[in-house]
Design a protein around this ligand. Sequence first.
Ligand code: ADP
Ligand code: ZN
Ligand code: ZN
Length: 735
Amino acid sequence: MIVAKFAGVIVDVHAKEVDRIFHYQIPEKLANLQIGHRVLVPFGPRKIEGYVIELTDRVDFPESKLRKIIRILDPEPLLTQEQINVAKWMAERYLGPLSQALQLFLPVGIRYGKERVSEKQQLVVKLVNPDRIDTYLQELPKNAHLQYSVLLFLKEQPSFLASELCRLSGANHSTLRALEKKGYLTIEQVVIKRTLDIATEQRPVPTLNSDQQKAVNKIIEEFHTSKQPILLHGVTGSGKTEVYLRAIDYCLSQGRQAIMMVPEIALTAQTIAWFTQRFPNQIAILHSGLSEGERFDQWNSIYSGEVGIVVGARSAVFAPLKNIGLIILDEEHENTYKQEDGSLKYHAREVALKRAQEHDALVILGSATPALESYHQALQGNYCLVEMPHRVAKRPLPSIQLIDMREEFNQGNRTIFSRELTNRLNETLAAGEQAIIFLNRRGFSSFVLCRKCGFVVECLNCQVSLTYHEPEGVLLCHYCNARHKMPDNCPNCASSYLRQFGVGTQQVEQFIRQNFPQAKTIRLDADTTRRKGAHQRILNSFKTRQTNVLIGTQMVAKGLDFPNVTLVGVLSADFLLNFPDFRAAERTFQLLTQVSGRAGRDVKPGNVVIQCYDPTHYGLQAVKKQDYINFYRQEITFRRQMAYPPYGYLIRILVQGSDQAARENALAIYHFLENNLADVELFQPAPAPISRIKGRHRWQILIKSKILVNDVLQQIQVTDENVRVSIDTNPLSLL
Ligand code: ADP
Ligand code: ZN
Ligand code: ZN
């Protein structure tokens, strides 16, 4: 029985010209072809892989011109109709190739022409009938030495790993196949499953408190009714994880499957242990630390329906579950949910919502500091808002102090520690408690600040900080390309302390060692975690209290749950606030709330000291008062005034190439857009904040628009094949 005459195939070639459906005839012998099958097709002079995404009886093409599908590559289709729908949506929404969108649903081991075998998938050779071995040996032609040798080994031991047998006998794979053909032996694939090395931490199942119970009730209600996405806004330490666990449990009891997403950085052994302990043998884990083979095994156990829960980072949203009932994003505001590299710059939150729609599943977005966009959706009535405003077991939120570093400076303290932080750290160490010192990643540190009065120069058009550019000595706006001369003195107080800003973790460690004799410091940053396993070792040394001061960048901000930490020090909040990005205030608020949440998570109350140059900033005030709503109100006003998201789209077109080509193409694209876009705010091409990477010059054009303008953006062309253009709608970073 033939289902259809033709198959629409997306070929696995990453070139813009071939990113469309190609039709092929379905030969009679491939009558079992289904949508989602991976196939081998002729393509020009080559044979390449593709994915069947439609079956049809009609094509507007002379039938005789259509070539035939050569073969089906896997017994079962690898993709479902649902996944194909989501991939199509992604290709349109994010202006990327469909072939790449499809591949996101497949494990790496399967892409790029590899056979679908895992690293550890082994071939096992067995004698068909061990009793007849002597007959086999006699029947062999005299010159078949290798076959003879193989059979001799099998006489000793009737089953072998193929690789082992070849090694011992000197035979190769075709020798084995020849013997198989004669009917002497069988060659079978056996999957030897790697077990992930997971420490299980025994934690008793707590009784839900009333906020948690309310949240769970609401989730169950939505699960059975309108399935409106739930925004779970719970302060740090309010016990959101337990709510997720109960929701997953419920989902499974209803015969559905669940995806639990956490930011990569929070996907620690500790988190994984919580989930595996509660749902033993029902979980697959996907994260970037797995080897290709391990990832394949995990993918396979999901694909085969062996497990019903997937825990993972961003890519878990593509897990091949067939009956999803629930998708949870913990820390839904996190940047890591946005794919900023590659040609498909998707946001996992958006993909989750789309997939959930396809499965009629419920989405839970959890956070102590929801993304402004998400809270906006909730207030608009598009999400269902569930609040958990208290920490579990009536533990207080930490008390937070803002320290004005201008004061310190003017009082003659030129060190990186305020007097308050110095005192607090001494007290903490004397009490045998632990501290976390947070500072921002260096790298991009070129905003300029007056150490005396805290003044930072901003662009008047865009209200983002100007950044200092060394060679020309100018201050530049990366949104609109406005340029200003670097002033000699502070425009605000006329002092000469206008400085580029920044201090590294190493310097901080040195400072602490010199000034705090009781400190046993350890650093957690990009430098110290380069080696495999280092991250875990560092955290262990802190957990087991061999060290008492943990110094670090973003990595220390999230997910850590150490009961003995009673002090958190933030060396400079301004670093974040003055990032040249319209989300700078939101980021600051989120990060500082998270990092503050590391203090006083157990019975001992926590203290947080935040050093800054502008304690009156609404973002910092909101952190101090732990008042999300108040922050939201002020920030949303700013967004509305400036037409930044969620009141419109900010679209970034990044043009990369050699100096001249990049600039010229950026300009040409700008003129094209000028002529083709109406009702948008179009900015002049400007060098990106990181204006050169590996010798490639980077220019950007920003567009502010009330609506998506993908139809126009799709038509952007370049005149030089070495110039790359990538388009990102609502980019999270504009570096
Ligand atoms: P959040 O993710 O909201 O910051 P967690 O889920 O990490 O908070 O929970 C904080 C701590 O509270 C964890 O150690 C957790 O085991 C504990 N916890 C959660 N629910 C309860 C409860 N109902 N009673 C007591 N402790 C709880
Ligand atoms: Zn500007
Ligand atoms: Zn000044």
